[in-house]
Design a protein around this ligand. Sequence first.
Ligand SMILES: Cc1ncc(C[n+]2csc(CCOP(=O)(O)OP(=O)(O)O)c2C)c(N)n1
Length: 527
Amino acid sequence: MSDLDLRSINTIRVLSADAIQKAKSGHPGLPLGCAAIGYELFKEHMNHNPKDPAWANRDRFILSGGHGSMLLYSLLHLYGYGNLSIEDLKQFRQFGSLTPGHPEYGHTVGVEATTGPLGAGMGMAVGMAIAQSHMAEVFNKDGYNIIDHYIYVLGGDGCMMEGISSEAFSLAGTLGLDRLIVFYDSNNISIEGSTDLAFTEDVAKRFEAFGFQVIEVADGNDLDLIDKAVAEAKADKERPSLIICKTKIGFGCPKKEGTASAHGEPLGDENLAELKTNLGFNPDEFFHVDEEVYDNFKDIVKKKEAVYDEWQKLFAEYCEKYPDMKKKWDEYHDTDRFKDIFDDEDFFSYEDKPEATRNVSGKLLNKLAAKYENILGGSADLAPSNKTKLSCSDDYSKNNRGGRNFHFGVREIAMTAIGNGMMLYGGLKAYVATFFVFSDYVKPMARLSAIMQIPLTFVFTHDSIGVGEDGPTHEPVEQLAMLRALPGFVVFRPADYTETAVAWAYAISSKNTPTALVLTRQNLPQL
Ligand SMILES: Cc1ncc(C[n+]2csc(CCOP(=O)(O)OP(=O)(O)O)c2C)c(N)n1
């Protein structure tokens, strides 16, 4: 590694530690331990352009261990994302600042997903990888790989312990999502101490069983090893990859390195000074970045811009050569066009006979899917009961990336995080489904949909104690109140065809609010 690389990596460390110390709260352990990984990924491997953070073919990076937010903010500052300034870093964790405690999508330019609840980012990354593969299948043409990027996600022991990760990665392995590259920040420390207290499983074997390629990086500060690992990950065209990086929490701070106290408290003035001295920085300077370090990042961006310009050229040629595809591309990315549904007579016309709203919903969803090709989704193994199968399409699978019917398996929380990831990706309109009573399993990720203001649609059938014979485990009682109490989350419990149609029209045209449809199994009269 060059001196400039090292100085740049250590600048990420020092900026992060300074911001956390100034805020008097935060998590220095991860940014210190993973600075080299973040640096190398953004420098050598990710195609991205800070001037166009919404570029469709950018590589995505999700910090699933959201508590390590200063790692991301330091990178975003140094790369010039959204003009995130040193002043913004000084406002870390302050109310209304651009640098909140955990990364927030839609708030800070360059943040791809809101993270903080551990494991959520892992699920959303799987959703993005699914979306990537689908969009690539729909839009790529011979010689025109418009969509050919990767999804990177980084998380620690906590993310690996959470059940949602196992759910999501089990599906990712089954689906062979080869564009997904998971970085595991393996430092054997979480809040209460050594992971030996509660987490001794062999993660590598677990991921092998999921169907991942597993690669080990013995030292998370060794850029060559990281490069080699990413190259191996990319070379596998059949499987997603897990890169287990052995790191030291709090790296560089002599009295904190490798200890649980590095995880979630500021280093303290003395330790901060020691960190800086140890890394060759002046302990009396705060939020300091050498000009040559800034220039290094500017040079990296320039190189990235050349790749970006190439893509723009390719895309322009593609649009000229395939005007129908260009039209389709624009349609997929036009969130306004769903409004038309309110004027669609066929959509609102029905037979005047008693019918369960879940059946009605199934008919409406199929009308929508026939009209709008970017609607896709599925159920947690309940599609026949939820009435969510799209008859106009076949199943999405490893061998059929174009399918629009998803089998999420019996994995409600991961399904919802995956749905969020599909929505965050852009261009797609996703729905997820299960029994209403299991909205309990869905809720933490639905809460994230609401916080992120992404219009994922939730189909919840079997809406009342009227489900009867399955007994109390299957009879929703308090779920309606729970979901209605969720800020920024719209809940419809329609009573007949017309109300269900309005609910679906609302859900599908919603731009920044998730919507739930709570539907009956029993027949209801048309009112
Ligand atoms: C769902 C959830 N449960 C608990 C927490 C609180 N929490 C934040 S970080 C953390 C420990 C994470 O340990 P690890 O991933 O090893 O991070 P590191 O110590 O390496 O920074 C916990 C329990 C959380 N953010 N999300």
